[in-house]
Design a protein around this ligand. Structure first.
Ligand code: 4NP
Length: 172
């Protein structure tokens, strides 16, 4: 029997092509740096279905690649009711994602839903939607997600009593 504690996290935004694929990829990279990859299962999804089956937005792929993170093989999908039992944590990128998730979730799954930055850093703040903006919006989104992912991984490791490998880099 595998005695290793496991936690599953679903990152959610509106289209599942800009913010949540980046959050999944960045959080996976942070876990790898901390030696925690085998303790977590990650995925991402959108509350809207317009981009189902598509790769992430080229601007998200590019900002991730510039930090040696490959998110190009992800495929967009829509949140399902099953997600609220499959995942321990369902983290919305902004407060409207969280509202939509609360509408979709069965009552038993609602306590798994949190605003990503609030859950990671302790105060409520949105990851702004960069879809209709310029490329610079993606740089800001990357930095926000990177800092929050470092905090989130450390907080969860502490809560799960997992030692970190101490190889975490501070590059953002
Ligand atoms: P995301 O960004 O929610 O971060 O993936 C968006 C992507 C697509 C749309 C809106 C936001 N859209 O309206 O198609």
């Amino acid at each position: 029997m595998d005695a290793k504690p496991q936690k599953s996290i679903l990152f959610v935004c509106l289209g599942n092509i800009c913010r949540s694929p980046l959050a999944e990829g960045v959080f996976a990279a942070v876990l790898a740096e901390k030696g925690l990859s085998d303790r977590f299962q990650l995925d991402s999804a959108g509350t809207g279905g317009w981009h189902v089956g598509s790769a992430p937005d080229p601007r998200s792929i590019a900002i991730a690649a510039s930090h040696d993170i490959d998110i190009s093989r992800q495929k967009a999908r829509k949140v399902t009711v099953d997600d609220f039992s499959r995942f321990d944590l369902v983290l919305g990128m902004d407060s409207s994602n969280v509202e939509d998730l609360r509408q979709l979730a069965p009552a038993t799954g609602r306590d798994r839903i949190h605003l990503f930055l609030e859950f990671a850093e302790g105060w409520p703040r949105d990851v702004p939607d960069p879809y209709y903006g310029g490329d610079d919006g993606f740089g800001a989104v990357y930095r926000t997600i990177r800092e929050a992912s470092d905090r989130l991984a450390s907080r969860l490791a502490e809560r799960m009593s997992l030692p970190e490998s101490g190889q975490a880099s501070s590059t953002t």
